[in-house]
Design a protein around this ligand. Structure first.
Ligand SMILES: [Zn+2]
Ligand SMILES: [Zn+2]
Length: 294
C-alpha cells in the first residue's frame, strides 16, 4: 500500500479553501507534489515528513502551489520538475518519476492554467490533480491562460485514466473519483446552458449575465463569476455559437446567427463567408470570381 500524506500549507483564503494540499507520496525516497507558497515552517515540516526525496514536482505555477518548490528542492537535495517554472526542469507529457517502489506519470492537463499537469499512480489508481479538480466546489478557469475548451479535453483525459482516488490541490480527498469527474463535466454543460439562455434575450454584457446566472450569490464572488462566464463565452465564440461586439470587459455578447457558406450552403463557423473546405478549394483553384460576387 502506497503511503500518501497530506501536509496542509497555512495559506487558507477564498481561492485555496483550507489551504494548499502538499502531497508526500511514498517513502525512501518519497516524491513531494506542490510545496505551496514559500512559508518556512511549512517547508521545514515537509522536509521532515518527506525524508529522503527523489523529486519535487509542481502541478502548475500559481502562487499557492509553486513558490516554495525551489526552496524545498534545495532543502531536500532533490531535483525540481514543472511544466513551466523558473529554475525547474521542464516536465514532458507522460514523463515518469520513480520513487521508492512506485512511479508517478505526468499528464499535461491544460485548462485551469496552460501549464497544468496531473500526476497518476496507476497501481493504486491515485490521481494528484492540483487545481484541475478540487475537493470542494469547481476548478476556476481564468482566461486567457485558463481555457475552457482545453479544460474539457483535460477532464476527458483524466476520465480515461480511470482513477480510483483523487488527491486534489485543495479540499478533501475524493474517494469516488469517477463520480467527481462526471459531476465536473455535467456542471460545465449546465453552466453553458445557463450562459446560452442568458445570451438568448439579446446582446448582453458579461456583468448583466452574471447578475442573472449568479443571482443570490454573495457580491464578493461576482468578479470571479464574470471570469468564468467569459471563459464559457470564449469557448462558444470558438465554436461559432456566440459573437461579440466591442472588446474585453465592455463587449456586448449575443448568440451567433448560423451562416451558410456562400459557395456550398453548409453551415459556417463564426463570421467566415465560406466553409473551410470551400475556402481551400477557392484558394487552390483561384475561384476569385465567386469571391468578387455580392
Ligand atoms: Zn491554480
Ligand atoms: Zn490552487
Amino acid at each position: 500500500m502506497l503511503r500518501i500524506t497530506r501536509v496542509l500549507a497555512p495559506n487558507a483564503d477564498m481561492y485555496t479553501l483550507d489551504g494548499t494540499n502538499t502531497w508526500v507520496v511514498g517513502a525512501d525516497p518519497s516524491i513531494v507534489i506542490d510545496p505551496g507558497p514559500e512559508i518556512p515552517s511549512h517547508l521545514e515540516e515537509l522536509a521532515r515528513v518527506a525524508g529522503r526525496v527523489a523529486f519535487v514536482l509542481v502541478t502548475h505555477d500559481h502562487p499557492d502551489h509553486a513558490p516554495g518548490a525551489a526552496a524545498l528542492a534545495q532543502l531536500a537535495g532533490a531535483p525540481l520538475h514543472a511544466w513551466r517554472l523558473k529554475g525547474a526542469e521542464r516536465i514532458r507529457d507522460h514523463q515518469a518519476f520513480d520513487g521508492g517502489g512506485f512511479s508517478l506519470t505526468a499528464v499535461h492537463t491544460p485548462g485551469h492554467s496552460s501549464d497544468h499537469v496531473v500526476f497518476h499512480e496507476s497501481g493504486e489508481g491515485a490521481l494528484f490533480t492540483g487545481d484541475a479538480v478540487v475537493g470542494r466546489g469547481t476548478s476556476f478557469i481564468d482566461p486567457p491562460d485558463g481555457d475552457l475548451t482545453q479544460y474539457l479535453r483535460s477532464l476527458k483525459l483524466m476520465q480515461e485514466l480511470a482513477p480510483r482516488t483523487i488527491y486534489p490541490g485543495h479540499g478533501p480527498v475524493v474517494f469516488r473519483a469517477q463520480d467527481k469527474l462526471r459531476e465536473y463535466v455535467e456542471h460545465r454543460a449546465e453552466r453553458e446552458r445557463q450562459v446560452l439562455a442568458a445570451l438568448g434575450s439579446g446582446p448582453r454584457s458579461i456583468d448583466d449575465m452574471v447578475q442573472e446566472i449568479y443571482a443570490g450569490y454573495p457580491a464578493e464572488v461576482l468578479p470571479l463569476a464574470a471570469r468564468s462566464v467569459l471563459a464559457h463565452l470564449l469557448k462558444l465564440e470558438g465554436e461559432g455559437s456566440a459573437a461579440r461586439d466591442g472588446k474585453a470587459d465592455g463587449a456586448a455578447w449575443s448568440v451567433a446567427v448560423p451562416r451558410e457558406c456562400a459557395r456550398c450552403g453548409k453551415p459556417v463557423k463564426g463570421r467566415a463567408r465560406y466553409c473551410s473546405i470551400c475556402s481551400l478549394i477557392i484558394l487552390q483553384e483561384g475561384e476569385t470570381g465567386a469571391a468578387a460576387d455580392a
